[in-house]
Design a protein around this ligand. Structure first.
Ligand code: CAA
Ligand code: FAD
Length: 401
């Protein structure tokens, strides 16, 4: 009854997956959301559930324990999870769109065989009906940002030095999602700073090789999602832990981020819908001046405006996802989807608090949490200005001389 989408472009497999994630989110995640937010801790039961439902390697081939579904399925899963908890959503997003995608696109066969089964499935019971029991299951992290390089990501200072049989890594990574729970880290380091960003190389690092969690951040929102500072102090990795080509790490990073940004857009449209659904029904119950507050035209126009913004953001996001699936250019569309979805997520969740009056301001309803969680959309995987800069480059290409 409360579906906000009038889109009819999802196929049967995608609708099935969407439905199963929705059920999982309501049965397993919803009862734990407030506690996880207040404890600033992800519940391990949820991590296991995502593995067991095949949601940690949605696009990965069944040969490696993945669910072998479409990119749109990943987007739908992230969206559905964010309707209930944007923290769980980003954990799943990073595992799929950043970590597994790097392995899918750039790892050699031996690396895929070693790492993908650990990153993907336990017992898959998703619509693709693939069964493959595998242990142990591991979360991954994508480690690009550093204390002195956020937007200017290619100015990273983590250093790789060649040694017998491998490389020694030294440096500090900052803001790393999933890092408190992760055991596999994709680390971007510069092997030859004289080449500038063309010295950046991507390495696969196992936690036990010496990744030290130096600090877990305390945040405004997505508090159950861990965000950490990592120290790499003379960490030795073998030659076979180089991901892709030497010196092509920058290309891997931005190639993956271009599509990862569609994932964050999906998180933000899910969040906006979660906030809308948490607030609007209350307004049809709450009576003032002798009638439900949701019946005042001032309120109804505000709902209609938010509803339209959500639909527009959804169309941008799904369109970018379909373009990517079809192998068409999608960088501009992904930047637009992330930019616009994070903007409307903030606006809609802010309005949702006001629609519910004082009740919306309390922690009990969970509406204020959506608003706190929405702020991150304009920051990670490229800030709003970075997205606007990307869109502006296309505008200039099209309209400049
Ligand atoms: N797509 C493809 N290639 C791109 C690109 C894009 N969007 N933007 C830049 N490039 C390429 C250029 O073509 C160039 O490559 P070549 O030399 O091979 O032609 C190279 O990158 C450098 O180009 P610029 O000098 O124009 O780029 P820059 O150094 O000024 O900035 C950037 C590049 C670091 C990618 C920057 O635009 C950017 O996106 N910064 C944001 C960083 C980011 O998104 N970090 C996310 C970390 S992960 C994360 O946040 C996860 C999470 O929260 C959950
Ligand atoms: P800065 O780059 O210092 O930006 C500060 C301000 O300056 C912003 O408003 C920005 O838009 C503006 N600005 C910067 N450059 C320009 C410009 N050229 N033009 C106009 N304005 C500009 N990184 C990872 O590698 N892996 C992760 O898993 C990860 N997870 C994260 C999780 C969280 C909760 C957070 C907060 C961050 C995470 N990040 C991660 C890092 C994230 O990608 C960076 O925070 C982001 O790219 C911005 O970098 P910064 O924080 O250094 O801000």
């Amino acid at each position: 009854k409360r579906s906000l989408s009038s889109l009819t472009t999802l196929n049967d497999d995608e609708l099935l997956l969407q439905d199963s994630v929705r059920k999982l989110a309501h049965a397993e995640i919803l009862p734990r959301v407030r506690h996880m937010d207040e404890a600033e801790q992800m519940d391990t039961h949820i991590i296991h559930q995502l593995f067991q439902q095949g949601l940690m390697g949605i696009e990965v081939s069944s040969q490696y324990g993945g669910s072998e579904c479409s990119f749109m399925s990943v987007i739908l899963a992230i969206e559905e999870l964010a309707k209930v908890d944007p923290s769980v959503s980003v954990m799943c997003d990073v595992q799929n769109t950043l970590v597994c995608t790097v392995f899918n696109k750039y790892a050699n066969d031996a690396q895929k065989e070693t790492y993908l089964p650990q990153l993907t499935a336990d017992k898959v019971v998703n619509p693709c009906q693939v069964y493959r029991p595998i242990t142990p299951l591991k979360l991954g992290s994508f480690c690009l940002s550093e204390p002195a390089s956020g937007s200017d990501a290619f100015a990273l200072q983590t250093k790789a030095t060649k040694t017998d049989g491998g490389y020694i890594l030294n440096g500090t990574k900052m803001w790393i999602t999933n890092a408190a729970e992760a055991e596999i880290f994709l680390v971007f380091a510069n092997l030859d700073p004289s080449l500038g960003y063309k010295g950046i190389t991507c390495f696969i690092v196992d936690k036990e090789q010496g990744v030290e969690i130096a600090k877990k951040e305390q945040k405004l929102g997505i508090r159950a999602s861990s965000t950490c500072v990592l120290n790499l102090d003379d960490v030795f990795v073998r030659d076979d832990q180089v991901m892709g080509e030497i010196g092509k790490g920058y290309k891997i990073a931005i190639d993956i981020l271009n599509e990862g940004r569609i994932g964050i857009a999906a998180q933000m449209i899910g969040l906006a819908q979660g906030a809308f659904a948490a607030s609007v029904p209350y307004t049809y119950q709450r009576k003032q001046f002798g009638k439900a507050v949701g019946e005042f035209q001032g309120m109804q126009f505000s709902f209609a405006d938010a509803h339209t913004q959500i639909e527009a953001a959804k169309l941008l996001t799904y369109n970018a996802a379909r373009l990517k699936e079809e192998g068409k250019p999608f960088t501009k569309e992904a930047a637009m989807a992330k930019y616009y979805s994070s903007k409307i997520a903030q606006a809609v969740s802010g309005s949702a608090i006001e629609w519910a009056g004082g009740t919306g301001f309390t922690r009990e309803t969970g509406i204020e949490k959506f608003w706190r969680d929405s702020k991150i959309g304009a920051i990670y995987e490229g800030t709003t200005n970075i997205q606007l800069g990307t869109i502006a480059k296309f505008v200039q290409k099209e309209y400049g001389d």
